[in-house]
Design a protein around this ligand. Structure first.
Ligand code: ATP
Ligand code: MG
Length: 471
């Protein structure tokens, strides 16, 4: 919000001071609200959610400090500037300790007051920038954060650049869970001219309908029983920026109509409101459901669908672009090495084969989680198959066995004098363990049995801890 659009609440019991402050601040372009008592101040702060409060330290019904404490305890985000009489510096200092932003001493110079107010509002805007900047650092938000060598990913990046540059286009992201929809939405926002305004996300499936409506559009005070204070919705808070609507397919029809109006006319009403309000936000919607089906079932509005579909981006599942797997693996190894302060240099070729062969139903998220877990399990510098979950290690089983395989069982003939099956078995288990230097996972694979089955046999044959590795 630019300082000029800010709302300021003036709390003072002296009529003349309220009047003069109102004149001065209005002239600066601020919206000014007035309160005469502490009680009124609390009530207006809740109802109107001002950006700044000028609070007299001496009020008829309460101590200004007490009001300050109550304001800070509530969820008001307003900055408070205390107004104190000459000689009241001590209480001003106490006020600062209680969370006041600044103080001014009566009688004050009007220019000085305006300067203090402007500085405070700038600080507030700056804090929001910092918070956003930190959020941006923490999560991927530049094109470079989208990893992959496939044609699909390269095209995707070009498309994102184009969308980011075109100002207000609505975007629809479609793709299975874990394919990178959140990531792409963030990159679009932070690469666009809107990057300095907020990026706010909401999951439409996570809230009951009426809560979702007031979360998105806000509500007036008293709009419903729990609406004790005015609340600005996400669209208002994100003015100039982007709102990311995750799982849009779960939004109910009446809310869809309200959203369509917001997209087409840029205007909306808070719940319980009678005024039309204007906002400028880009909507990025995401779904892992097929919206055309929802549309056929009458659960999704056609007009909204076509409006969102102006710029569709489909994110392919990872199994359809296996060439992205290894670049992603290296990306996450590098990232987690940094985060865990560990140096995992590489992957064993076998582990690599398992990872590329697996079908990744949970897509990139699953890959990330698997690698994170593997890095916690691994003690050395290399990730091995045994650090991967069994279902992924098993992706390798059908691969041709390595040359070190002992005589193929099918090629053995039973000697005429017979043989001790146990002896043969024991010998094969021993050979498998030798060939794999005691690596149980690989030995089990050479024998075509599970690792548990191998362990049972090792125990049975007393082949215990011989050169055991990878336990
Ligand atoms: N191409 C990619 N490069 C780097 N990281 C990626 C890529 N795609 C996805 N990721 C990472 O994978 C994880 C899951 O991605 P994201 O949360 O964006 O998926 P999603 O499509 O929103 O899933 P869901 O539908 O379950 O919400 C995130 O940590 C994200 O950063
Ligand atoms: Mg998501």
């Amino acid at each position: 919000m630019t300082p000029a659009a800010a709302t300021i609440l003036v709390v003072d019991d002296e009529h003349l001071i309220r009047w003069s402050l109102e004149q001065q601040l209005r002239r600066e372009g601020f919206t000014v609200l007035l309160a005469e008592t502490g009680g009124e101040a609390i009530q207006k702060a809740q109802a109107e959610n001002p950006d700044l409060i000028l609070l007299d330290i001496r009020l008829p019904d309460a101590d200004g400090l007490e009001i300050l404490e109550r304001l800070r305890a509530g969820d008001a985000e307003a900055l408070v500037i205390m107004v104190t009489a000459h000689g009241g510096v001590e209480s001003a200092v106490r006020a600062m300790k209680l969370g006041a932003h600044d103080y001014i001493i009566k009688p004050f110079d009007v220019e000085e007051l305006k300067l203090t107010v402007r500085k405070a509002l700038e600080t507030k805007a700056l804090r929001r920038d910092v918070a956003r900047f930190q959020a941006e650092l923490g999560h991927g938000s530049s094109l470079g954060d989208i990893v992959g060598d496939s044609r699909v990913i390269r095209d995707l990046k070009l498309l994102i650049q184009r969308i980011a540059q075109s100002d207000a286009t609505t975007v629809l992201l479609e793709g299975e869970s874990g394919t990178g929809k959140d990531l792409v939405a963030r990159v679009i926002h932070f690469q666009s001219a809107r990057a300095r305004a907020p990026f706010l996300a909401v999951n439409c499936a996570a809230l009951p309908d009426h809560l979702l409506e007031s979360e998105l559009f806000g509500h007036e005070k008293g709009a419903f029983t729990d609406a004790k204070a005015l609340k600005k919705g996400l669209f208002e808070q994100a003015d100039g920026g982007t709102v990311y609507l995750d799982e849009i397919g779960d939004m109910k029809l009446d809310l869809q109509a309200k959203l369509l109006r917001l997209i087409e006319e840029k205007s909306f009403r808070r719940v319980g409101g009678v005024r039309d309000l204007q906002v400028d936000v880009r909507i990025i919607a995401a779904t892992n459901r097929d919206l055309t089906k929802a549309m056929e079932a009458g659960e999704f509005r056609k007009d909204l669908y076509y409006r969102l579909k102006v710029f569709p981006i489909h994110l392919d599942p990872l199994r359809e672009r296996p060439e992205d797997i290894l670049p992603l693996v290296r990306h996450f190894l590098h990232r987690f090495s940094g985060e865990m302060r560990r140096e995992i240099r590489d992957l064993h070729p076998e582990a690599q084969a398992c990872l590329t062969k697996y079908t990744w139903p949970g897509n990139v998220r699953e890959l990330r989680n698997v690698l994170e877990r593997a890095m916690i399990l691994a003690s050395g510098e290399i990730l091995h198959v045994e650090h991967l979950p069994p279902e992924i290690g098993a992706a390798q089983v059908e691969r041709p066995l390595p040359p070190a395989t002992p005589a193929h069982a099918a090629g053995m003939t039973l000697p005429a004098e017979g043989v001790s099956l146990e002896e043969v078995e024991r010998d094969l288990v021993r050979q498998a363990l030798e060939a794999t230097e005691g690596n149980q996972v690989r030995a089990a694979r050479l024998l075509g049995i599970s690792r548990d089955a191998l362990r049972n046999r090792m125990k049975k044959f007393g082949l215990g801890e011989v050169g055991q590795k990878g336990g």
